[in-house]
Design a protein around this ligand. Sequence first.
Ligand code: ZN
Length: 251
Amino acid sequence: VDPRTPRKSSSSRSSRKSFRLDYRLEGVNILTDPIFSQRASFLQFMGPKRYRGPPCTVEQLPRIDAVLISHSHYDHLDAGSVASLNARFGGELRWFVPLGLMDWLAKMGCENVMELDWWEENCVPGHDNVTFVCTPSQHWSKRTAWDDNRSLWSSWSVLGPNHRFFFAGDTGYCPSFQEIGRRFGPFDLAAIPIGAYLPRDVMKGQHVDPEEAVQIHQDLQAKQSVAVHWGTFALAYEVGSALPLYSVNTI
Ligand SMILES: [Zn+2]
């Protein structure tokens, strides 16, 4: 599992060492909740703006075989990014989405969509040795005024013959991570969110804090973890505060 190293960016904030969005596992190139737009909103000109620029453009990406989508929130499922990726890769790219998001992607013109319930699995054509499992998380979903929790949220476990990758999506802490660790661990690499966790009483059910992220790392029996979903969009109170490096060190 190779979290790709970043390209140099013109923005000083994004020149800090950070991981790119794409992972390579057993020859399969994977993107997780890709956002190449500047704003997380149903309008591309207003709404939460990115704190940092995207690490690269869709044109700069290598061939992408699979995109993992964790849930429908605007800061994870971005219409502009889906359209750009679909324009570049078309049906060669397989979209893995949790239950209830197939129609949305089909309306966006995506032809190769695999919609899965928790614990269901599938693979990318031509790479039968790498299994993509839709695994649980603790979150919620909403894109419009009338679709609260109408589509599922999930984490994703990607299991190759030699390497295993876990993407937590957006999640509060829950016992499911122990079960995922029992069934599929140890993972070589886990991408675990540490953003939008304050104020704690409001966010605890839906976003882990750095300590809980470390607990997930241990539950998964992950050999290495990367902290994601931090300092991208100003969605909660801790953005702009110091990087919680102690948790990274703990991991
Ligand atoms: Zn969310």
